[in-house]
Write a protein that binds this ligand. Sequence first.
Ligand code: ZN
Length: 437
Amino acid sequence: MSAAPTAVIDPFLRDALFARIADRRDELIALTQALIRIPTINPPGDVYADCAALIGRRLAARGFQVEYVRAHGSAGDSDRFPRTNVIARIEGPRPGPCVHFNGHIDVVPPGQGWTVDPFAGVVKDGRVYGRGACDMKGGIAASIIAVESLLDAGLLTAGALEISGTVDEESGGFGGVGHLAKLGYFSKPRVDHVIIPEPLNVDRVCVGHRGVWWAEIETKGRVAHGSMPFLGNCAVRHMGAVLHRIEEELIPRLSEKRTDMPVVPEGARQSTININAIHGGQREDHDGLPSPMVPDRCRMVIDRRYLIEEDPDAVRGEIVAILDDLRQRRPGFDYDLREILAFLPTMTDADAPVVLAVAAAIETVLGRPAQRVVSPGTYDQKHIVRIGHLKDCIAYGPGILDLAHQPDEYVGIDDMVQSAKVMALATLALLAGRAGG
Ligand SMILES: [Zn+2]
């Protein structure tokens, strides 16, 4: 099925396509800036409709059919913060496969530590700076320029191209790709291949992600006067016992669970747990002094990331076993466990068409072999695979993974141009039904 990487397209046509993309460098920068300047901060999910409209208007002018789909009633959706997604589609003159580029338009809050305005789209030293530059408005801009360049070159002779801008990826994607997948937007026969331009670096094909299990553990106690703690039952000390067991038993055990998934960075090539939050006793946001109380509740949120080799029930079972054992051994210990979020690990086959097409295109454009990787955290591929039942899905985009969610986030302009060439070339191969190039 795979020919030489350059066989899909006449080298002269290919070089003309690449030149076309290179010529649009300034336009690519301007589009990235325009996207960054719409501060689609999540939470709360601000100005999503403005960003969706920017993408929709642009593609409608190019002959795309554009739909706006609001996820009414999804978490956070309101008239003030509507969860508005945009999907644009253009068909070639003959039937054929559909290649879809999906990017999330939401960004995480800027946080502290910036040396430039996070929503100005500052261009400096060959980079575009801003919240979302890397994750993932630079990737969205690159995919739009790639697709427009294909159209300009008259290379959509069969099949269809789609571009979507979706919401809420940073908070689970339920009002975005999850919602659209339920409506059939990410299933055959409508779509055959999906590329998500998440920031996994310009020379890597990301085939999937580890699993996620978030849970809240609550330990229970009984209030009493702080001067006579022996008359109460301290929920914070109980949680301390839970933490101790996690520290002494679970974390060493998790670090021994290695995976064959090619997860990057290397540190994530094992099972991990993070303590996201812990709170017990009185609130901290009061004025004046606290009152002397034994806390009767302590809550902790854990973020467990697991491997394709692990059983999701066993992941939960490890925590339950610790809690149940403490209930046996520790006087007055009781707990509640509440699952907050769960996503199974996913990994696209190494020889799936979209993997081969993008890997071949990377080799052609960058002159070096593509690295196949798995993401440490999840992204919208989970909804496409689980709800849409579409397996031919990867992440590929220009941003540098480590910069996501950091202050002074940026995307390299050369990387955007190169990735646009990769996306265009891979799309041609997929439209032609020749995955390997
Ligand atoms: Zn992202």
